[in-house]
Each structure stands twice: as structure tokens, then as C-alpha cells.
Write a protein that binds this ligand. Structure first.
Ligand code: SF4
Ligand code: SF4
Length: 383
């Protein structure tokens, strides 16, 4: 089989001496291109930097499922609020959008062993996101999160429309990246200063029982400020890669901190690396993959774009443990992630940790009074 190495950054005079000993027999050369029959090289079709890969199909599937769950919830709330016949079930999946409550729930669970009965699925989602990010390099952000997917689509759209994305200068980029940790610290400080009875009181408040509808109303009844903020975010995401994820998302900040402890990381073999820089150019987070032996940055989300474009086989890989006993390819990673998700939801379902204890009747009654003073955010007391 004949393979081809092609790199935009390839310079014959500079790089050929470096490449030749590593790729074996070179059959033919032309501008920017080396043809070789060496088994070290990957077929070019696997390396197109802008190609739609397996991970993108995975993201699309999760995104469409999220839209489906959202539509089901909208129909359910509409029917329940109108006192009409309710023909759809209330989908627990919407609770994935209640991360603050989930964090409170996990603190309560660790301290008292009580599993939040109001929005239990929120805790399952946070547990799932944390587990795969810890085990598999912040892969929740790179594979599962629909907001991350939307963010990625926006900068790719911007690149198609304007020919490129813009990178902020380091003096601005670096402090802005700290914003998401500040936001995370703010929420963590509030939650960790609450006592267990206060958390329990919050989780059982009328507000929290219907907080998923409040969250829905945030999108369906947007304030002018929310419209302005979202518009700025969308427009800036066309020009700058992953504005929300890179600078503002506290959920991603938490996943990144967990990923710092991950035994899984991108590993580069400097002995076979030909220094073409394709990996760094493909990395959505501008990580210096071509210069590092291991990528341990909290920004790396296991998207595998760098490994996909690397022209030399077995040079850049996602591996678990430094000795690289477990190697991940894109398909295996996707199967494991969806397998863990289905397994966790299934176990939560059969053990009674998935469905809310709020009855249909109570939910319908709360919907009728959703704008009353009783359904306002409870004031929390700090220790
Ligand atoms: S280093 Fe590789 S896996 Fe990590 S974010 Fe960059 S391209 Fe994705
Ligand atoms: S690791 Fe990066 S620089 Fe080295 S060969 Fe692969 S893509 Fe090129």
C-alpha cells in the first residue's frame, strides 16, 4: 500500500533530512509532498484537518438527543400548564442543565449519604461528566457537552465564512482563561459555605422543585440583557475559538481540574515525530502538541484532532498511564463514553436514583403558581 505525507509547514531543504530516516523508502517527491511505502505513514484521507470525523458524528447525535429532550420538556410543560391532557413524560434528561443544584446534591450526599430526591438525574449527569473527564481527559467537554458542540460549530462556521479564526494575544488570553476558574470558585465557595440542613432546605424548596421550568423560561422568555449577552457570545464565537468553553464555562473549569489528575493524556513519541506541526495547527485550544512529550493541560478535551492529523503512525496517541498500556483510538473512546453513560443511567434508573420524587400532581400545581412570590430563589444562609 502506498502512503503520502503532506504538510503545509513542510520545507524540503529543512525537513527532508529529518524525515527520510524515519519514513523508510521514499518513492517520489513533489512540492510539499513525499510519497513513501513505509508503514509508518498514515493514509492521507485519515488526516484531513477539516474533515468530519467520528467524534463529530458522536457530538451531532448527542446534540440532536438534547434537542429532542428539550422539545419533549417544552411539550410536557405546555400541556401540564394548560391543564390539558398530558401525552408525554417529563424527561429527567433536562436536569443535566442544573449543574449548581447537582453540585449541592453531591456535597449533601458526601456529607450525609442523602441522594437529592428532587432532581436526582442532575447528580447522575455531573457524576458522569466528572468521571469521564477524570478517566478520559476532559472528554465530557470534547465529546458530550451540547454547548461545547455548538461552540465548535460556530468557530468552524466562522472559519468557513472569514477564512480563519482569530487568536487573542497571550496577555489577554491568559487572564481571560482564568475567568472560568473565578466563576467556579464563586459557586464552590457559596456551596461549601452552606450547611447540610441549608442545602437540604434549598433542594426541597418550591423554587428548586420547579427550577427546570425556570431554566426553560430563561430561554423562552429571555430578558433583554440575556439576549444581548447571548448575541455577543454567538458573534464572538464565530471569530474566536470556543469563547464560552475557553473563558467562561465554570463546568468546563471543574472538568479541566479533574482532568489534571487524569491518567490519560496525549503522548508524543519524539523519536518518530517529524516535526511537521500539523498537530498543533489542528488543536482547537492551540496547545503546543508538537513540542511536548505529554499534554497535561486542563484545556485538552481529548478531541483527538491532533492524533487524527498526525502523518506518522503511532507517534501521537491518547494513552492511559505513562507506559501507554491502554491506547485509545477515536472509535473506542466514543464507544466507551456512550457505554459509561448508558450504564450509569441504567444503574441510576433501576436503583431509584434517576426519576424525581416530585409527583405529577405537585408539579402541575407548582406550575400554576410559578410566578408567585412563593416560587422565588430561596435566600441561602452561610456558615
Ligand atoms: S491536544 Fe489533541 S486531544 Fe487535546 S485538545 Fe488539542 S487536539 Fe484535542
Ligand atoms: S506529533 Fe505533531 S509534529 Fe510530530 S509528526 Fe505528528 S503531527 Fe507532526
Amino acid at each position: 500500500m502506498r502512503f503520502r505525507v503532506k504538510s503545509a509547514g513542510y520545507n524540503r531543504a529543512r525537513d527532508l533530512a529529518k524525515i527520510k530516516p524515519k519514513v523508510g523508502l521514499i518513492l517520489r517527491e513533489s512540492e510539499n509532498t513525499i510519497y513513501s511505502d513505509s508503514c509508518l505513514l498514515q493514509p492521507e484521507e485519515r488526516r484531513k484537518p477539516h474533515a468530519w470525523g467520528k467524534r463529530n458524528w458522536f457530538q451531532l447525535g448527542v446534540f440532536l438527543a438534547t434537542i429532542g429532550i428539550g422539545l419533549q420538556f417544552i411539550i410536557y410543560v405546555h400541556q401540564a400548564a394548560g391543564n390539558g391532557v398530558v401525552t408525554v413524560l417529563r424527561p429527567p434528561g433536562v436536569e443535566g442543565f442544573l449543574p449548581i443544584g447537582a453540585l449541592m446534591g453531591w456535597k449533601l450526599f458526601v456529607q450525609t449519604g442523602i441522594w437529592d430526591p428532587i432532581h436526582p438525574a442532575a447528580m447522575v449527569f455531573l457524576g458522569f461528566a466528572g468521571f469521564i473527564s477524570l478517566a478520559l481527559r476532559k472528554s465530557f467537554c470534547g465529546w458530550f457537552c451540547p454547548v461545547g458542540t455548538l461552540s465548535e460549530w460556530l468557530w468552524k462556521l466562522g472559519r468557513s465564512l472569514f477564512g480563519k479564526n482569530y487568536k487573542l494575544p497571550i496577555w489577554l488570553d491568559f487572564p481571560l482563561r482564568g475567568l472560568k476558574y473565578l466563576l467556579l470558585g464563586f459557586f464552590v465557595k457559596i456551596i461549601f459555605s452552606m450547611s447540610s440542613p441549608d442545602i437540604l432546605g434549598f433542594l426541597q424548596s418550591p423554587y428548586y422543585k420547579i427550577s427546570d421550568v425556570k431554566m426553560l423560561h430563561f430561554f423562552t422568555q429571555m430578558t433583554t440583557l440575556a439576549v444581548v449577552v447571548l448575541t455577543v457570545l454567538v458573534l464572538s464565537s464565530l471569530f474566536i475559538r470556543n469563547v464560552w468553553c475557553r473563558y467562561l464555562c465554570p463546568y468546563g473549569a471543574l472538568m479541566g481540574l479533574l482532568a489534571l489528575c487524569s491518567p490519560t493524556r496525549i503522548q508524543r513519541n519524539p523519536d518518530t515525530c517529524i516535526g511537521c506541526k500539523s498537530c498543533s495547527q489542528a488543536c482547537p485550544y492551540y496547545l503546543p502538541v508538537d513540542r511536548k512529550r505529554y499534554i497535561i493541560s486542563p484545556e485538552c478535551n481529548g478531541c483527538m484532532e491532533c492524533t487524527r492529523v498526525c502523518p506518522v503512525e503511532n507517534t501521537l496517541e491518547l494513552k492511559t498511564t505513562r507506559t501507554g498500556k491502554i491506547r485509545w483510538n477515536t472509535a473506542r473512546l466514543g464507544i466507551i463514553i456512550i457505554g459509561i453513560y448508558i450504564g450509569m443511567v441504567y444503574i441510576a434508573g433501576i436503583t431509584g436514583h434517576w426519576k424525581s420524587s416530585v409527583t405529577e400532581n405537585e408539579f402541575h400545581a407548582r406550575l400554576q403558581t410559578i410566578n408567585s412570590p412563593e416560587i422565588t430563589h430561596p435566600k441561602v444562609r452561610f456558615k
